[in-house]
Design a protein around this ligand. Structure first.
Ligand code: AMP
Ligand code: MG
Length: 458
């Protein structure tokens, strides 16, 4: 048993973009949940991670070269030129069992130079929430950061009330965001943006050769991910450019939640007063965020300024089509047929009748008869006449998502020391296609979603 070997390629290559930082000393640190299967995938020894040295390592208190990463970001449309890891550290990179480079990152470990008046800490409820939702997303086949562990720190921290402090350790294909490129553009010469874009391209798309190709690859990866969100009813809630990755992985599960009733105008975040990040706005917001990336990368598209603008514009002009195709692919998969008309009618019926999305999707596999009660016999008959491939649908329509009311109740219990409901829910949502019973399938009681609010940065 010994400390794992971490690389520090990003920190070494981009001293301009990082600040050395360590986790603060914790009064009484303990592991609360450890993702043993992910640990093994990463060649980390679960027993060592449970040891005092392992806990120290996960909280960024080892002797390693831990750093806070800088990034900017458009938050709700406004540029914040200097955000950065205000409560997180990049521990380093490791290479997983399949040879992929992955960031190891810890969040909630104390202030950094980027904290801007925040305490740099995490609260147990939100850290457990991110752990569970990101692992559910992974089980649902959505590209996402993964959760390795939640640790309680033994601190009492101040939020709406006094709550237990905690940290979350996660992995990612990288923590590079659109906001990282914006930051590089704001603080450095075009050379810095160029080096960053090259680094990101070599890490995520080693077969590509140009910055323009890389930009388009980010567009495709993000469109694929968001098409999956839309199929599953996932509302991210805070699609700021600092929360939009270059890898295409979903990141930062703050105010996110899943829809019950299919109402495309749904948003849950307490700070999203105008519903900017409502369910139906997610694709156009992706387009908006990509335009900010194109602006930040502009000098890389061509040495001539006018030609660079033309190339950026041409790439952005492709976005509606890239999105359409990604959405079409997901719909085709979801319905087991490529008939565009039936898919269009399906979406319209969902909107009109606003049924529970997860239940309704699952009936495509389990019971066309029961489905007819929701969307009508006519649609079901027309759909069946197309001989949809329902066998292929089984691993596409989960029986279980993290239901808002169940997760909320489980987190409240966990905060007062009883982890049982949380662990039960975690095992359900990480095995979402099996049937774990009615209690876990049911949508929230009538009226719950209307008042349910989520919080970010908490
Ligand atoms: P988020 O909403 O988690 O994506 O965070 C947005 C920005 O706020 C990032 O720069 C975070 O590092 C920072 N931030 C969020 N919570 C805290 C906190 N408790 N202390 C310091 N910075 C924070
Ligand atoms: Mg963030």
């Amino acid at each position: 048993m010994s400390a794992p070997h971490l690389d520090h390629r990003f920190a070494d290559a981009f001293p301009e973009l990082v600040h050395a930082a360590r986790g603060e000393e914790q009064p009484d640190p303990h592991l609360v949940v450890l993702n043993e299967s992910l640990a093994r995938e990463l060649d980390l020894d679960p027993d060592w991670l449970r040891s005092p040295e392992g806990v120290n390592f996960l909280l960024g208190r080892n002797e390693g070269r831990t750093v806070a990463m800088g990034y900017a970001g458009h938050q709700f449309g406004q540029l914040s030129p200097r955000l950065g890891d205000g409560r997180a550290l990049l521990l380093g990179e490791l290479t997983d069992a399949e040879g992929r480079v992955r960031d190891l990152h810890t969040k909630g470990t104390g202030p950094t130079v980027f904290s801007r008046g925040g305490d740099g800490r995490g609260a147990l409820g939100p850290m457990l929430r991110e752990y569970l939702i990101s692992e559910a997303m992974h089980a649902l086949g959505v590209p996402t950061t993964r959760a390795l562990a939640v640790l309680s720190t033994g601190r009492k921290i101040q939020r709406a009330g006094v709550v237990p402090g905690a940290a979350l350790v996660r992995t990612a294909a990288s923590h590079l965001r659109i906001g990282t490129v914006q930051y590089a553009r704001l603080i450095g010469s075009p050379d810095l943006v160029e080096r960053l874009s090259t680094y990101a391209r070599e890490r995520h798309h080693p077969s590509l050769r140009t910055h323009e190709e890389f930009f388009r690859a980010v567009m495709h990866a993000q469109a694929e991910t968001i098409a999956k969100w839309m199929r599953l009813g996932f509302v991210h809630g805070v699609m700021n450019t600092d929360n939009t990755t270059l890898s295409g992985e979903t990141i930062d599960y703050g105010p996110c939640a899943f829809l019950d009733r299919f109402d495309p105008a749904t948003f849950f975040s307490s700070i999203d007063a105008h519903g900017r990040y409502a369910f139906r706005n997610q694709p156009p917001i992706l387009g908006w965020n990509l335009a900010r990336l194109a602006e930040a990368m502009l000098p890389l598209f061509d040495a001539d300024e006018n030609a660079a603008v033309d190339k950026a514009q041409a790439a952005m002009d492709d976005f509606p089509d890239v999105w359409e195709k990604a959405q079409q692919r997901e719909l085709t998969r979801a319905l087991g047929t490529s008939d565009a008309g039936i898919a269009e009618r399906w979406l319209k019926l969902l909107e009109e009748r606003a049924p529970d999305l997860t239940t309704t999707n699952r009936l495509l596999v389990d019971s066309p008869t029961a489905l007819a009660d929701i969307v009508g016999r006519e649609w079901v008959e027309d759909w069946q006449a197309l001989s949809p491939d329902t066998a292929a649908l089984d691993r596409l329509h989960p029986r279980h998502i993290p239901r808002n009311h169940l997760l909320q109740a489980a987190l409240t219990e966990a905060e007062s020391g009883n982890l049982e409901p949380y662990l039960a829910l975690l095992s359900v949502v990480t095995d979402p296609y099996s049937d774990h019973g009615q209690e876990f399938r049911e949508p929230a009681p009538e009226g719950f979603d209307e008042t349910f609010r989520t919080f970010c940065g908490t």
